[in-house]
Design a protein around this ligand. Structure first.
Ligand SMILES: [Zn+2]
Length: 355
């Protein structure tokens, strides 16, 4: 008997997954995909470890699905791409037999129309199918005041609740570079969320629904940098949980936290964040490298067969098609992605969670 249904999780079952993760101290990897290769590799890894997965589309990733780099920043392309990627998951998920959370990544002020258009698409989908197209969306209004952030995010959350969907909000600044937002030079003290802000967010969002997660900043940074760039302090998450509990007399660890910029984190830091209620860890940079590394290793292994259509060490007239066709060199990228994602699952204490 599987714990969660295969297919797209939403509503009560998604909340049950988050509760299960918090109680049993594991986090779900949330991977940023940019096409069917990375989507399928993510599903393959999840099936291999028998655990749910969070598949998410960034604004840029969604645009890439529609038409590659040429259409980047065309809004229609970013809406169609996210819908197309989501529909691909709906279409193939039964083949992999695992539960999937479909999500969209950072949407700052400028990108809110993208999320609103996706909600409009989701409303049409829900009216027809009686289940949502996506499991959740993210707003990232951390550049605004907490009050303004929560007012706008709360209004969007109200729309999502009607579709049995969740929301992820961001409080405080995640360092580094994410899409077109460069936070690589902000003062380091702003990289830590204040417990009072988290408690305010908890109380406001909790009045609307239970299915919300909070990306809190605790020194986490998007991308990979040399060690010593900024100090990660997962204990901030624990302080936030205690602050909420004391202020609103809730149960232990009331909030669901999200760890952004998870690539390159040590096992100990990840486990500490998980212990304090982090149930989702965004992994992007490390998996981008894993896909590329698989292709690079393939190239190194078959280099003499990849220089021209005809001619290799076996003879000057021999065809090389089986080495250079797209499926041949992309599959090693997928395989290395799967292998690396399986290691991430292990670090997140997330093996066999759908047993
Ligand atoms: Zn992020």
């Amino acid at each position: 008997m599987k714990k969660f249904s295969p297919g797209i999780l939403y509503g009560k079952e998604l909340l049950a997954l988050y509760e299960d993760a918090k109680k049993n101290e594991y986090a779900l990897p949330a991977v940023n995909v940019s096409g069917t290769n990375t989507i399928n590799a993510a599903l393959e890894a999840a099936a291999a470890v028998n655990s749910p997965i969070i598949i998410q589309f960034s604004f840029e990733g969604a645009g890439f699905i529609t038409g590659g780099r040429g259409l980047l920043n065309d809004f229609t392309a970013n809406v169609r791409g996210a819908v197309s990627g989501a529909l691909h998951v709906h279409n193939v998920v039964a083949y992999y037999g695992i539960p999937v959370v479909l999500h969209t990544d950072h949407a700052n002020d400028q990108l809110l129309p993208w999320v609103l258009q996706l909600i409009a698409e989701g409303e049409k989908f829900y009216a027809e199918k009686k289940f949502p197209l996506f499991s959740s969306h993210m707003t990232d209004l951390s550049a605004k005041s907490p009050d303004e952030n929560l007012e706008i995010s709360g209004a969007i959350f109200k729309q999502l609740v009607k579709l049995e969907m969740g929301i992820e909000i961001e409080l405080g600044v995640t360092g580094g570079i994410e899409g077109n937002i460069d936070n690589s030079r902000v003062a380091s003290e702003t990289l830590y969320t204040l417990p009072g802000d988290v408690a305010l967010a908890y109380s406001k969002m909790n009045k609307i629904g239970r299915l919300f997660t909070i990306a809190a900043a605790f020194g986490n940074v998007h991308g990979i940098y040399a060690p010593g760039h900024v100090e990660l302090k997962p204990v901030i998450l624990n302080n936030c949980q205690q602050y909420i509990r004391e202020t609103y007399h809730t149960e232990e660890k009331p909030a669901f936290f999200v760890f952004h910029g998870g690539s390159g984190s040590s096992l100990q830091q990840s486990r500490e964040a998980i212990q304090y209620g982090c149930i989702k860890m965004n992994i992007d940079t490390d998996l981008q490298w894993a896909f590329w590394e698989g292709v690079k290793n393939y190239y190194n292994e078959f280099e003499p067969f990849l220089q021209s259509q005809l001619g290799n060490p076996g003879g000057s007239a021999l065809p090389n098609k089986k080495y250079y066709e797209v499926k041949s060199w992309m599959r090693p990228g997928e395989k290395n992605y799967v292998k690396h994602l399986e290691e991430i699952y292990s670090n997140l204490n997330c093996i066999n969670r759908n047993g």
